[in-house]
Design a protein around this ligand. Sequence first.
Ligand code: NDP
Length: 329
Amino acid sequence: NREIHLASRPQGWPTADNFRLVEAEVPTPAPGQLVVRNRFMSVDPYMRGRMNDVKSYVPPFQLDAPLDGGAVGEVVASEAEGFKPGDTVLHGLGWREYALLDARAARKVDPSLAPVSAYLSVLGMTGLTAYAGLLEVAGMQPGESVFVSAAAGSVGSLVGQIAKLKGASRVIGSAGSPAKVERLKALGFDAAFDYHDGPVRDSLKAAAPDGIDVYFDNVGGDHLEAAIASMNLHGRAAICGMIAQYNETEPPAAPRNLALVIGKRLTLRGFLVGDHGHLRDRFVRDMSGWLRDGKISYDETVVDGIENAPEAFLGLLRGQNLGKMLVRV
Ligand code: NDP
């Protein structure tokens, strides 16, 4: 049983030295517990925040202990009612080959309905984030124009497609490479730009000459500033993430135009997907239907081997993923 420990806390950008591959015993379940052989684990931007020793909405990772996070795998031993070897479960103890879980921390998923990795991507946490953020937090209405940043990523690519399905008049995405921009167009975005090509503010103005009504923020900084500049009266932003500043050691230089929020009567609303569990059933119903009907596509970038999980995480921060970044354990 191999697992990845946090060896040291990163200052600024993390490096491979911040992680350690450790050999551990395969655990045995006590009454009420199960042991799961993980098949896929998720690496997510929020994990960077948990590597800092600061109080936040999730506790920090501990040094010299395994990291954790979303994973799916097969039950290999069970002392818990309702679970048997061979069951596929979703749970929160990734970054290891074998996980020892209390039964109440595991949720059974049906591997015949979707590839098991989908429970960590399109049908999982990032899918619900896109759905809840766009429809509930920003309250997108048909006929509105929508801008989403990190649009070729897991959350962003779904935000854009859901917006189109829900009748957005124009959907604009930004991403970090020409290949990603091409992918966004293939996914049905009306316009897309590479944010390296010039000031985001100018690129967005060109892509959305009539302004935007909704901004789904995954990036913060200059992207948020550009969105505020392009927002129409009564525009709303769902503030989902600010990945541009997760590795910065200085406070961000942008947005510098927050005062526009007043005159334009804008709403900037932060949210955490964990508060939107009430939408889960509706989300799964809608998303499964869209997938079945071929109305939504999703990308996954899969890195093989638990030993490469740190590299997958670093790659995610650098933008090496198209869609959801996953590790096949
Ligand atoms: P993604 O799949 O979008 O991967 C992250 C992407 O961010 C990279 O692929 C990269 O793409 C982009 N990126 C990295 N650095 C920068 C930068 N400096 N400027 C612009 N883009 C950058 O990850 P997720 O879909 O999992 O998450 C997207 C966002 O949503 C994150 O901010 C995350 O923290 C947030 N989130 C929030 C949740 C909540 O409950 N509030 C829940 C889940 C996610 P590129 O090549 O385009 O630069």
